[in-house]
Design a protein. Structure first.
Length: 139
């Protein structure tokens, strides 16, 4: 009886080991599987909040726009995209969480020190409003 019990336990252990091995083989590296894009958001982008969300930002879901480098699809996305990608990718924008004051400083720095084209005041205001709304540490 002891030998039969011992054999059954051993067989059960081998079966479980095979099951675990088969399960882990399914998640093993597959060179044909598409690699995840670290720049693609996993969830729809929303304006950053610090706990004091306004009713407008709390209810408004802003989806990324693939035509404009996955920037949040909102007013000013097109102007922001074309102004910014002249010098760098949207990945630089997507990773930012800056204060409004820092966005103003960076705008001036990019124009004065980096040679960024300076658009008309109306376009500048639209782009800075977009950046401060969607990539701010203050919201």
């Amino acid at each position: 009886m002891f030998a039969t019990s011992h054999i059954l336990r051993g067989a059960l252990g081998v079966s479980l080991a095979c099951l675990v091995t088969a399960a882990s083989a399914q998640v093993a590296y597959d060179p044909m599987r598409a690699a995840p894009n670290p720049l693609m958001p996993l969830t729809p982008m929303q304006p950053a909040t610090t706990g004091s969300a306004t009713p407008e930002s709390a209810s408004a879901e802003v989806l990324p726009n693939p035509d404009f480098g996955n920037l949040p699809d909102a007013e000013g996305v097109e102007e922001t995209f074309y102004q910014c990608v002249a010098c760098h990718s949207t990945a630089i924008i997507l990773q930012q969480r800056l204060t409004d004051e820092r966005w103003d400083y960076l705008w001036t720095w990019m124009i004065e020190d980096q040679g960024m084209y300076e658009p008309e005041d109306e376009i500048r205001d639209e782009i800075l409003t977009y950046l401060k709304t969607h990539f701010s540490s203050e919201r």
